[in-house]
Design a protein around this ligand. Structure first.
Ligand SMILES: *Cc1c(COP(=O)(O)O)cnc(C)c1O
Length: 390
């Protein structure tokens, strides 16, 4: 096995596409004006931002003014939840927030803060063994006090897709705002907010070959939202701060490319992912796929292994040039078992053995077969070591 460098962590972040970098460059050096300024340089920046807003709104099938630019997926989740929770409670008194136990921490911890410091109530939906919410459970949990429901489009740890149109429909019937974190879905799944039926949707550019530190929040026209970052009247008073012109231009370019190339990319992701899953399940004894076998993100393969420590496995893979992650990038180094896997019913020991491998548009068959061999070899070594020590 000659050592290769294989990046299988595209759910943590993607490289910035060179075509995106090229589109961004002039907005650092030539058209650097503040988009709020009246002079020509500022107006040039403003025009670029409004073009970007239009490009993104076409992919989302919404109005340009329904897009708020943010610093990324985390901020979009914060703004969606805190912003509307405070506004709805002030207007109508409803104070229940409904989510799943498998949300990204940007949703989970924002809700926890609303509960701990601002007196909201949290209703947590059960998930099945694949990490999906069932329509019946969702409908049963909605009450006249529910203000917002937030259910992610695709789970970042196990790749399972949620039945968003069904859930959003049920929320609308009960007059409950529906937010979805679509950060993992963007670039692979349908982002048409009318077809999905969602009221709010979070995106992050660096998960679809755009730059880091820029994101967007779709907010349906007419929804009232208290800014979580107050200050100037940028973004119609909903998000203060000088707009990140190069980042926004880059995000729009990345989303446009992802949309144009979607069929080819998704077919490639699916083929690479299936090779990876098949390889791991046949070459590694006592390996188990986590998440749904079919209703999963095209780029996503995640596993647990009997008798293996997930963080040690990652270090072994890294020494052989394979970049992957355990449950999620944010949890690396943390010896707590994945809350997502626990909510799905895994026992704590098995939940500590997780591996997430996510393919990208430049992943090759050779990369996959090398990675599978490295995973098989590392798992075997770790198990031998375990047995020798016990
Ligand atoms: C990466 C990720 C985020 C956070 O996005 P940032 O732009 O890194 O803040 C939020 N939700 C999900 C599901 C993610 O995968």
């Amino acid at each position: 096995m000659t050592k290769r460098s294989v990046y299988l962590d595209h759910s943590a972040t993607t490289p910035t596409d060179p075509r995106v970098v090229e589109a961004m460059l002039p907005y650092f050096t030539d058209y650097y004006g503040n988009a709020s300024s009246v002079h020509q340089s500022g107006r040039k920046a403003e025009r670029a931002i409004e073009n970007a807003r239009e490009t993104i709104s076409e992919v989302l099938n919404c109005k340009p003014k329904e897009i708020i630019f943010t610093s990324g997926g985390s901020e979009s989740d914060n703004l969606a939840l805190r912003g509307t929770a405070l506004a709805i409670r002030a207007a109508e008194g409803r104070d229940q927030l409904l989510t799943t136990p498998v949300e990204h921490s940007a949703v989970g911890r924002t809700i926890q803060q609303l509960v701990d410091y601002m007196g909201f109530q949290h209703i947590v939906l059960p998930v099945d063994s694949y990490g999906a919410v069932r329509g019946e459970d969702f409908a049963d949990a909605l009450t006249d006090r529910t203000a917002i429901a937030s259910v992610m489009y695709v789970n970042n740890e196990v790749g399972t897709m949620m039945p968003i149109p069904l859930l959003a429909d049920q929320a609308r019937e009960r007059n409950v705002l529906f937010h979805t974190d679509a950060v993992q879905a963007a670039g692979q799944l349908n982002l048409d907010v009318q077809a999905l039926g969602v009221d709010m949707m979070s995106l992050s550019a660096h998960k679809f070959y755009g730059p880091k530190g820029v994101g967007a929040l779709y907010v349906r026209d007419g929804i009232d939202l208290v800014p979580s970052q107050s200050g100037g009247s940028h973004e119609s008073g909903r998000r203060a701060g000088t707009l990140n012109t190069p980042g926004i231009v880059g995000m729009a370019k990345a989303l446009e490319l992802a949309n144009q190339e979607r069929e080819v990319r998704v077919a490639h992701y699916t083929r690479m992912r299936d090779l990876l899953i098949e390889g791991v399940l046949t070459k590694v004894p006592d390996a188990h796929l986590t998440g749904h076998p079919e209703d999963r993100l095209p780029s996503h393969a995640s596993f647990v292994f009997d008798e293996v420590d997930g963080n040690r496995l990652l270090i072994h893979l890294d020494m052989k040039g394979v970049a992957a992650s355990s449950a999620s990038a944010c949890k690396t180094g943390n010896p707590e078992p994945s809350g997502v896997l626990l909510a799905m019913g895994y026992d704590p020991t098995l939940a500590l053995s997780s591996l997430r491998t996510t393919v990208g548009k430049d992943t090759t068959e050779e990369d996959i077969s090398y990675a599978v061999d490295v995973i098989a070899d590392s798992v075997e070594k770790l198990r031998m070591l375990n047995r020798a020590l016990s």
